[in-house]
Ligand binder design. Structure first.
Ligand SMILES: NC(=O)c1ccc[n+]([C@@H]2O[C@H](COP(=O)([O-])OP(=O)(O)OC[C@H]3O[C@@H](n4cnc5c(N)ncnc54)[C@H](O)[C@@H]3O)[C@@H](O)[C@H]2O)c1
Length: 158
C-alpha cells in the first residue's frame, strides 16, 4: 500500500481509490490510510449506511474527501453501474481494494448447502472479477493503477 511519504497520491493528489466492504473493520482502516495519502475515497458498502457514513467521516477528518456507494460486489449489474457512475464523476480509477467478503462463514461440510456455497463464492471470489476486470480495463487504458485483492481465502468448511 502507498505510504504517506512515498508511492501514494500525496495530499490532494486527486487520485481515486475504491475500497469495497468499507463500512467497518479492515476496509474502514484502509480508507483512512489511503485518505492520509491524499486519495479521494469511494467507500463501498452493501447495507450498513451508518457504518459507511462513519467511515466517510473518518476520511474527511484526514483532510481528504469521498463518497459512500452502496452496491453488492457479487452482483453484475450493480458493480458495472457503480463503475460507470464512478467514471462519470471522476474520469479515473487509480486504486481498487477488493476487501469485501462474507466473514464468519464457517459451516460443517455435512451441513453446508449449495445456496451457502454459491453465495460465498460470489461474494468472496467472483467479486474480484466483477469489480476488478472493469477497473483493470480502465487502468490498462490509462497505463497505471493498482488492484489489491484481499478476501479470497475466506472460506472455511469443516
Ligand atoms: N479479520 C481478519 O482476521 C482477517 C484475516 C484474513 C483476511 N481477512 C479479510 O479481510 C477482509 C476484511 O475483513 P474484516 O475482518 O474487516 O471483515 P468484516 O466482516 O468486518 O468486514 C467485511 C465487510 O464486507 C462487507 N460486505 C460483505 N458482503 C458484501 C457485499 N456483497 N458487497 C459489499 N460489501 C460486502 C461487509 O458489510 C463488511 O463491511 C475480508 O476480505 C477478510 O476475508 C480478515
Amino acid at each position: 500500500m502507498a505510504t504517506r511519504t512515498e508511492g501514494g497520491g500525496g495530499k490532494l493528489s486527486g487520485k481515486v481509490a475504491i475500497v469495497t466492504g468499507a463500512s467497518k473493520g479492515i476496509g474502514r482502516a484502509i480508507c483512512v490510510e489511503l485518505a492520509q495519502c491524499g486519495y479521494h475515497i469511494i467507500v463501498n458498502y452493501k447495507s450498513d449506511d451508518e457504518g459507511a457514513s462513519q467511515t466517510l467521516e473518518k476520511v474527511k477528518k484526514e483532510g481528504s474527501n469521498g463518497r459512500i456507494m452502496r452496491f453488492d460486489v457479487a452482483n453484475y449489474d450493480e458493480t458495472q453501474n457503480a463503475m460507470d457512475d464512478i467514471l462519470k464523476s471522476f474520469a479515473s480509477i487509480d486504486v481498487l481494494v477488493n476487501n469485501a467478503s462474507l466473514t464468519n462463514t464457517e459451516r460443517h461440510f455435512l451441513d453446508a448447502d449449495e445456496e451457502w456455497w454459491n453465495r460465498i463464492i460470489a461474494v468472496n471470489l467472483s467479486s474480484a472479477f466483477l469489480c476488478g476486470q472493469r477497473a483493470a480495463n480502465i487502468m490498462a487504458r490509462k497505463g497505471s493503477g493498482v488492484i489489491i485483492n484481499g478476501g479470497f481465502t475466506r472460506l472455511a468448511v469443516y
